[in-house]
Design a binder for this molecule. Structure first.
Ligand SMILES: Nc1ncnc2c1ncn2[C@@H]1O[C@H](COP(=O)(O)OP(=O)(O)OP(=O)(O)O)[C@@H](O)[C@H]1O
Length: 627
């Protein structure tokens, strides 16, 4: 709950709306206690007194009644009717929506067609018809406004319920033998309540306006009782001669509706869990860069050289050091593997290179990524945009999440090419077929007309690779592209990537959990732990004789096909949380060789020829070979 209020407070407009609305509600609540004139007593001798006259701060109306008093009593009434109508409409509408969405079939059809019929009438006509049938009066106006808003809630909540009613957790509740009523109350309702609150917060203002509209037409509050709408209606004839009689209630309606709407938008944003990590602020086109200290100069190692990269997530007052000073490079035609446990910072490292980490909350706080000597971190957005996909392309783990579900794969390929080159449709089509052929999709002429859901996981991943190849990039960063595939398809996809790198001289950075993939594809490998590289070197050296205890234990977790039965050595404990990294070696807590010194100071990455290790007591490959 505190998180909700903190998020709400971060949205300045919502905060302003909340403060203003609270003041208005407070005023309305204390109105009976204030020393105000009677709002209904007429004094025709003092008609149309101007604001700031003696004894009438806001002046008087056409019957000499005190406008301030009428305004406060009227506001009290309008707010009460608006809120009551919203609660009634939300309760009835949501109940209808939940029942229709949950039961579906004929029940849904019957209820929703009734709702459609209500919606087919212009709402004001419907409200007028209801008031005409029930007779004028504020209570009847409340019923009319609530009734015309029921379909709005019913439709919205029905849509959400249909989605929830088919979720696995609802099926699980059914299998557990829960009754439909129990399922609705315990499984469905908690999931739709935020939507109901959001819909209410954005419609209360609207309902206050509608009630005011009915009163303005003489169908709501009846004389001498004042509400904001009837005050406006009565002031209509003096609009030109005594505008203050209209301006006073008009301004109050404006203030109430604006503040409710601003607050409603803020409530909606704060209740949405997807916006909690900072996306409420406008996401930036490239990751925010806030580097202090001198920048590393390029050494000319490789086509892409990452030096001392530090990327953090700033969430509230916490700092998550996802990447804490990573150095790596990859040359033309080379494949560098990055391996490590989940959460070790592999993806964030890769995304930082092209400024693709979402900001907020991501911030690059140090280091450089030199591409042919040019530092990409902090490069202007136009430059990064020009290079994304053109020089450095990405392949992600789940192509279903990266391919647009509503466009044919051919059109998506053509779009990817056109983002960087102005080519015609025909040429684009030819190139798309060429790309699908390059990734060995059979029958590419036909396949370009497929939608992503019409392809298998392996096919979609090939389309992902084709997309990355669309603009002939120099570097491809592949983030676990084969994790979701079965071993045969995985082998095919890896072969395609390997062939492409050899034939096109592509540099590949391959992020994976899988030592088998590293062995098959990568020339060199970097092992990451808690946002840092702990070991780096030639694949054969590292797989043959890992020097860092973490690498050795990670490899011991991997079952070997044909290696006979053996006990798999799981690594006890968990990686440290990156907002509370320990002093010294981050792996010390889980390391069997850890000494006191490991927990003291920063441990440097010590280079020895082609390999490097960040450990005070690394395994000695020569001794192990001798043993
Ligand atoms: N948007 C974010 N907000 C806060 N923390 C994040 C965000 N994205 C990543 N992190 C944190 O950064 C750290 C590194 O994440 P990253 O995705 O790079 O790990 P990874 O090694 O690629 O893991 P996996 O193999 O599961 O993809 C993790 O601790 C993660 O919780």
């Amino acid at each position: 709950m505190t998180g909700f209020f903190q998020l709400l407070a971060r949205n300045r407009l919502a905060l302003a709306g909340g403060v203003v609305l609270s003041l208005v509600i407070l005023l309305a609540l204390v109105t009976p206690l204030l020393p105000l004139a009677d709002p209904d007593v007429t004094d025709t001798a003092n008609r149309f007194k101007l604001p700031f006259s003696e004894g009438a701060l806001l002046g008087t109306d056409h019957l000499g009644r005190d406008l301030l008093s009428r305004l406060l009593w009227g506001t009290r009434l309008s707010l009460a009717v608006g809120f009551a109508a919203a609660i009634v409409a939300a309760t009835i509408g949501s109940a209808i929506g939940i029942v229709a969405g949950f039961y579906g079939g004929r029940t849904d059809n019957l209820i929703m067609r009734g709702v459609d019929m209500l919606m087919a009438f212009p709402y004001i006509l419907l409200a007028l018809a209801i008031v005409a049938a029930l007779g004028p009066g504020l209570f009847n106006a409340l019923i009319a406004v609530a009734a015309v808003n029921v379909p709005f809630f019913a439709r919205n909540i029905r849509g959400i319920t249909v989605g929830i009613a088919h979720k696995e957790f609802v099926d699980a509740a059914r299998l557990a033998g829960l009754s439909n009523t129990r399922i609705i109350v315990s499984e469905v309702l908690p999931n739709v309540i935020p939507v109901i609150v959001i819909a209410m917060s954005t419609t209360i203002g609207w309902m206050i306006l509608e009630t005011a509209g009915l009163s303005f037409l003489g169908l709501g509050s009846q004389p001498p009782q004042a509400d904001l709408g009837s005050m406006l209606g009565e002031a209509r004839s003096a609009l030109i001669t005594n505008p203050h009689t209209s301006i006073v209630p008009g301004l109050m309606i404006l203030v109430i509706v604006m503040s409710i709407n601003l607050l409603g938008d803020g409530v909606r944003d704060a209740l949405d869990p997807r916006l909690k990590s900072g996306a409420l602020s406008r996401p930036m086109a490239a990751t925010r860069v806030d580097r202090k200290g001198p920048l590393p100069a390029p050494t000319g190692a490789g086509l892409l050289e990452v030096q001392g990269l530090q990327t953090q997530f700033h969430i509230k007052d916490r700092v998550y050091r996802a990447v804490g000073g990573v150095d790596l490079h990859v040359a033309k035609g080379e494949c560098l593997g990055i391996i490590g446990e989940s959460g070790s910072g592999k993806s964030v490292t890769a995304l930082s290179v092209m400024g693709l980490v979402a900001s907020p909350p991501g911030v690059i706080t140090g280091g450089a990524a030199h591409y042919e000597g040019e530092d990409l971190i902090g490069a202007p957005y136009r430059r990064l945009r020009g290079m994304r996909g053109r020089n450095v392309a990405y392949i992600f783990q789940d192509p279903l999440a990266t391919l647009h579900p509503l466009y044919r794969v051919g059109d998506q390929l053509i779009e990817a090419i056109r983002a960087h080159r102005p080519i015609g449709r025909e040429e684009g089509r030819r190139k798309a077929v060429e790309l699908l052929t390059a990734v060995r999709i059979p029958n590419p002429e036909k396949r370009i007309a497929n939608y992503p859901h019409e392809m298998s996981g392996g096919m979609r991943q090939r389309v992902g690779i084709a997309m990355a190849l669309a603009n002939d990039p120099d570097i491809i960063i592949a983030d676990e592209p084969t994790t979701a595939l079965d071993v045969t398809v995985q082998a095919q996809v890896l072969t395609i990537l390997d062939d492409l790198r050899r034939s096109r001289g592509l540099a590949i950075i391959f992020i994976t959990h899988d030592f088998g993939v590293v062995a098959q594809l990568c020339d060199r490998v970097a092992v990451m732990y808690a946002g840092r590289i702990v070991e780096e070197g030639r694949t054969a050296d590292i797989l043959g004789a890992p020097r860092h205890p973490y690498t050795a234990r990670l490899m011991a977790c991997v079952p070997e096909v044909g290696g006979g039965k053996r006990r798999l050595e799981a690594i006890a404990g968990l990686p440290p949380v990156v907002d509370r990294l320990p002093e010294g070696c981050a792996f010390a807590e889980r390391c069997l060789k850890a000494q006191e010194a490991c927990r003291r100071d920063e441990i440097p990455l010590v280079r020895d020829g082609a390999s490097a290790v960040r450990c005070l007591y690394p395994n000695d490959p020569s001794r192990e070979a001798a043993e």
